[in-house]
Design a protein around this ligand. Structure first.
Ligand code: ADP
Length: 245
């Protein structure tokens, strides 16, 4: 049987009695890239929040690599190997892409030791490789504030990868991007999927089609259906939910 990196078992999250997640069950295989879709209010953000520990389940369990995350803080969960990218890029605009990556490449380092000490050669090598992977080699030494929105998104994905997570959580990475930038992000996520497990939340169905082998549809805090993109798009339950928006 395929090893699971993430197991969500009967998870409910209640806010004053309202169930943002309602008896949710979800598994992700090691090395899998999965896209989560669902109408507004379906529970997608809360779903990521229970994985990172920002929100604790009212009921149920979240297991990462077989370990129950219940008693762990957000920080401890991140250190176990879960990295999250929010929708808006959070890069240091006055630093270059190279410096941004150096800053995040070692979680123990702080900004001062990064800026005032030279990285070791092995580290320089891996930063160069990462710049190549995210397609920013030629833009590595300009202030990140001069990058396009798509380049900033790629840089931030690189900053996540620099922290060596096993599971990447990526929230709407292509909102507001051009078609070309969208495709670049898709290619980047597919390349990263060779060595990471990845969960992506996304609305852009063209993009979902580009990257997803398997899609999970959330609705009212539960899984409505799962399958490949064609199965999901043709599922009468999914059509009804989206038409009803
Ligand atoms: P999505 O990301 O799919 O749009 P969310 O996870 O943000 O959905 O929200 C799911 C539901 O839970 C929504 O109806 C939202 O209003 C509600 N919700 C989310 N967070 C809170 C909170 N902190 N307090 C009360 N209700 C919340």
């Amino acid at each position: 049987m395929q090893e699971k990196i993430l197991e969500i078992e009967n998870v409910t999250v209640s806010f004053d009695g309202f169930k943002a997640l309602n008896n949710l069950n979800f598994n992700l295989d090691v090395g899998e890239l999965r896209v989560i879709i669902g109408p507004n209010g379906a529970g997608k953000t809360t779903f990521l929040d229970v994985i990172t520990g920002k929100t604790k389940p009212t009921q149920g369990r979240v297991l990462f690599k077989g370990r129950n995350l219940r008693s762990l803080s957000e920080h401890q969960i991140a250190r176990l190997g879960i990295g999250r990218k929010f929708q808006t890029p959070r890069v240091y605009l006055n630093l270059t892409p190279r410096e941004n990556l150096e800053l995040t490449s070692n979680r123990k380092k702080n900004i001062w030791s990064t800026l005032f000490s030279k990285p070791k050669s092995a580290e320089r090598h891996s930063i160069a490789g990462l710049l190549e992977t995210i397609g920013l080699t030629s833009r590595a030494d300009i202030p990140a504030g001069l990058l396009s929105h798509g380049e900033k998104q790629r840089l931030e994905i690189g900053m996540l990868v620099a922290q060596s997570p096993d599971l990447l959580l990526v929230d709407e990475p292509v909102a507001g991007l051009t078609d070309e930038e969208t495709e670049n992000i898709g290619d980047l996520l597919l390349a990263l999927a060779e060595s990471h497990s990845i969960l992506v939340i996304e609305h852009d169905m063209e993009f979902v089609r580009q990257i997803a082998r398997k899609v999970t549809v959330l609705h009212q805090g539960s899984v409505l259906c799962e399958g490949n993109i064609d199965q999901v798009q043709n599922d009468p339950k999914v059509i009804e939910v989206y038409l009803g928006q």
